[in-house]
Design a protein around this ligand. Structure first.
Ligand code: SF4
Length: 247
């Protein structure tokens, strides 16, 4: 029996809590931020991983108690208002995992495309896109989208240590890259590199090159930010980041 939980099963459990028809739970609607040169974000509730370094705290661990349900239309119009007010050309859903609640996300992307005012940055762990190739196909219908797949560790073992999920589920993260490539969706991989050994990063770069020779050059490093609740979680697991940002 493999150690760790199954993120696909967790997705189903969380989806029952945070999705209601086309509506999805959010705990914050439309905040401006400096990332990507200026972007407005709506923060959704619920994830299919439990990363030790995650900055989302209550909405990830208590999806039943956090947030309220919103329609795709409400989220889009709030993001649009925020972006127009700040002169931004990008919007995103952040906070937790936006691919949970596929109908909601696809409808939101329809609004984004029909207006064609903004680029939507889909920040995802890629688990559901790797698990089900038709998710990548559905995303390929849209023009104004760029997907950022954040790899949680540079190997199966690191993934397990960082997320608590079963090591073999790391394959879904890598498979997401293949599926997005096959459907010609604009994307790039990112890597939470704070806890990775140099050897594992080198090996990951080889694995990425085997998928596509352009991927190593597109890999974006991510570093843990030591929020107080992240420091607490790290203490419990005994994990120590090599590189980090203080909060
Ligand atoms: S995938 Fe993202 S939102 Fe989910 S637990 Fe990990 S860091 Fe948090």
């Amino acid at each position: 029996m493999e150690k760790g939980y199954d993120p696909i099963e967790l997705s189903r459990t969380v989806e029952k809590i945070v999705v209601r028809g086309e509506e999805r739970k959010y705990y914050r609607v439309a905040r401006p931020g400096r990332w990507y040169g200026g972007i407005c974000a709506a923060d959704c509730v619920g994830c299919n991983l439990k990363c030790v370094f995650c900055w989302s705290y209550f909405p990830r661990d208590h999806p039943d108690k956090a947030g309220k349900f919103y329609s795709p239309e409400h989220i889009y119009s709030s993001l649009k208002r925020c972006a127009l007010r700040h002169g931004y050309d990008k919007i995103r859903v952040s906070g937790n995992e936006p691919t949970i609640g596929r109908r909601h996300l696809l409808k939101l992307l329809e609004y984004v495309d029909s207006d064609a005012l903004f680029l939507f940055i889909l920040e995802t762990n890629g688990i559901l896109i790797g698990y089900d190739k038709s998710y990548a196909r559905d995303l390929s219908r849209f023009e104004k989208i760029h997907v950022r797949v954040s790899l949680k560790g540079a190997s199966e073992e690191e993934f397990h240590k960082l997320t608590g999920a079963k090591p073999s589920a790391y394959q879904y993260q890598l498979k997401a890259l293949e599926n997005l490539l096959d459907y010609n969706v604009s994307f790039h991989p990112a890597l939470m590199i704070s806890f990775s050994s140099k050897e594992n990063v080198s090996r990951l770069i080889e694995r990425l090159a085997e998928i596509d020779s352009r991927l190593p050059g597109l890999l974006e490093p991510e570093y843990v930010i030591l929020y107080p609740h992240v420091v607490e979680r790290l203490k419990k697991t005994g994990l120590k980041p090599r590189i980090y940002f203080e909060k």
